[in-house]
Design a binder for this molecule. Sequence first.
Ligand code: TLP
Length: 340
Amino acid sequence: MSDTHPTRIDLRSDTVTTPTPRMRQAMSEALVGDDVYAEDPTVNELQQEAADLLGFEAGLFMPSGTMTNQVAIAVHTQRGQEVICAEGSHIYEWELGMMATFSGVVPRFVAAPGGVPDPEGVRRAIRRSIHQSPTGLISLEDTHNKAGGTVLPLPVLAGVREVADQERLPLHLDGARMINAAAAQGVKPSEIAKHFHSVSLCLSKGLGAPVGSVLVGSCDFIGRAHRYRKMMGGGMRQAGILAAAGLIALREGPRLLPHDHRRARALAHALVEAGYSVDLETVQTNMVYATIPDAQARCDAWAAEGLLANALDHDRVRFVLHHQISDELLSRAVQVIGGR
Ligand code: TLP
């Protein structure tokens, strides 16, 4: 059983996947309880499994990556502070100013060529003076979406953590696609997560769950996160129905990611062959950004042939691979792109 239209090749995002038959079965059989009372056994299992995978004490299940990031910011910061983040970070660019409206904090961007900030640049961005908004948090994004799904090298993570420790600042990871980053580097996810005080991990991106994200951290941090999740309307009651699919995603999703990465590279080469410009250096995981004149018109023309991609700018198109794009569907996409 699949909900995906057979003639539609949807590369707009890895969020578009539909639940697999195993996910649907697990959802229908899930044991549930009221999660606001922390009594949903399937949610509790998912939270602990995500925390264990990333090497943390506790986890908290929420509907979206936006919520896990924004709850983390609320716990870590005080009103009037700044959050240091790499230029183009999702927590500011695509989270609708929530850090300002919910937590009363503002971003301070640091340069991040290819999505990778320099630890010394992070240090220089820290504000302490009485005349300035003090820094409250440093937040990194791995993989970095806007830079093309690029991976942050482990020495950079260690370097930023050193700065955070020296300056006594908390360090958060928007790890929506951090399992992709781990797969690309051939390391355990905990090797990335160990550099952070909190991590937001999305189940509904490359891992393929229909809904959900888990925030992990210390017991104390997660205890405080409960209150902000409730304030945001994230108390979902019998959420085990959703967590059941999340558990399948967490257990079965990671081994599929290297195939998405291989297909992304193949797509990038096909785009170059078709005459479009792609910075192949940035194609490190499951995303391809191409420079395409009249991007929206080109995407509309491809959509008429069943190929969906995201025009993000007047000349920039994003393609994202995911587990419901087989080699066969990729070949068809390549034909459409080549005008065949
Ligand atoms: N990203 C979505 C869109 O919002 C752009 C996508 O299609 O890529 N962090 C990162 C790095 C993300 O890419 C996203 C979603 C989120 C957080 C937010 O997750 P959700 O959509 O679950 O709120």
